[in-house]
Write a protein that binds this ligand. Structure first.
Ligand code: SF4
Ligand code: MG
Length: 316
């Protein structure tokens, strides 16, 4: 993903005042095949919009999205068919994303119906297999989604995503609606499935402890920009950006030697309709300098391969 930008037009009212919400601003990153790249940040920072752009549920204003050797950012629907088969999504609230009037069997086989010519019998056979794989059983296939618990519903959502043998799964807050004990079951399931089927994940979460559990690489987002990205270990052990440092300081760490002082950010998250000039974090940054108010920092490479952060403190 290269230089991705997306804004939403909010012009309205009797004077048609021109206003736009700058949801994603110059976002670049790469997802390694067979690995998990997580986008993390507070709600409203542009994580979900980025996921929807990459899955081309939305079209970006600018930037490139490369998938399987093809640049798909501006492709039309009829050119996206191949990609639609290979990219599947899992959503936060499996109940809202599952049709209550459909039996589980039909919910899970629906993508096959849309994208393949398989017969009903062939589709249902794959559904039975898939139910097994996600830890349910085929006797549950004739029931409706409301008859299942939240964790089971997410297993159904995963089965539905997996049945197309996708290359990339975009999971947007897939465990946020679940109890903590169920969360780790679902995260472990996602990890096991990744190993078994060589899946690549784009994982979206506001929760750093979830992200720590599942990620290989991380991009930290603030107000539509990625402020820091790199291998999980580098981000967690050696965060370079003041925003990443503040986020990490709020995660409980059992080992007292590793514990850091909590950094409390002052002020509110600015509106993405009117983001601050220069560094978008400057209104809340404990380390801001004069230059930060006017000049947007560029990405600086760290010592670890792939670790980058955008902050003037790192300019040399
Ligand atoms: Fe803080 Fe300036 Fe770095 Fe932005 S560029 S994070 S305001 S020090
Ligand atoms: Mg979201």
């Amino acid at each position: 993903v290269n230089g991705l930008k997306k804004s939403f037009d909010l012009s309205a009212g009797i004077f048609e005042r021109k206003r736009s919400l700058k949801a994603v601003h110059n976002v670049s990153f790469a997802i390694r095949k067979g690995k998990t790249f997580s986008l993390v940040g507070e709600s409203g920072c542009g994580k979900s919009t980025t996921g929807r752009l990459i899955s081309r549920l939305l079209r970006p204003n600018e930037g490139e999205i490369w998938f399987g050797g093809m640049e798909i950012s501006q492709k039309k629907e009829n050119q996206l068919k191949a990609m639609r088969k290979k990219v599947q999504m899992i959503f936060q609230d499996p109940y809202a994303s599952l049709n209550p009037r459909m039996k589980v069997r039909d919910i899970i086989s629906e993508p096959l119906e849309i994208h393949t010519n398989l017969s009903k019998a062939e589709r249902y056979k794959l559904v039975s297999e898939m139910l097994e794989i996600v830890g349910l059983n085929e006797y549950q296939a004739d029931r409706y989604a409301h008859e299942f618990s939240g964790g089971q519903r997410q297993r159904i959502g995963i089965a539905r995503a997996l049945i197309m043998k996708p290359e990339l799964i975009i999971a947007d807050e897939p465990v946020s609606a679940l109890d903590v004990s169920i969360q780790s079951q679902i995260l472990n399931l996602l990890k096991d499935l990744q190993k078994e089927f060589h899946l690549t994940y784009l994982f979206i979460s506001h929760d750093l402890s979830v992200v720590e559990h599942i990620s290989d690489d991380i991009g930290v987002m603030y107000l539509g920009t990625i402020v820091e990205s790199g291998p999980k270990e580098a981000i967690f052990s050696n965060p370079q950006h003041p925003y990443t440092q503040a986020l990490l300081s709020s995660v409980p760490i059992p080992d007292p030697k590793l514990r850091r002082d909590r950094i409390i950010l002052q002020g509110d998250l600015p509106s993405p309709v009117n983001p601050p000039a220069g560094c978008r974090f400057h209104t809340r940054c404990p380390a801001r300098m004069d230059i930060c108010k006017t000049i947007e920092p560029s990405s600086i490479k760290g010592r670890v391969e792939g670790h980058i952060a955008a902050c003037h403190l790192l300019d040399s």
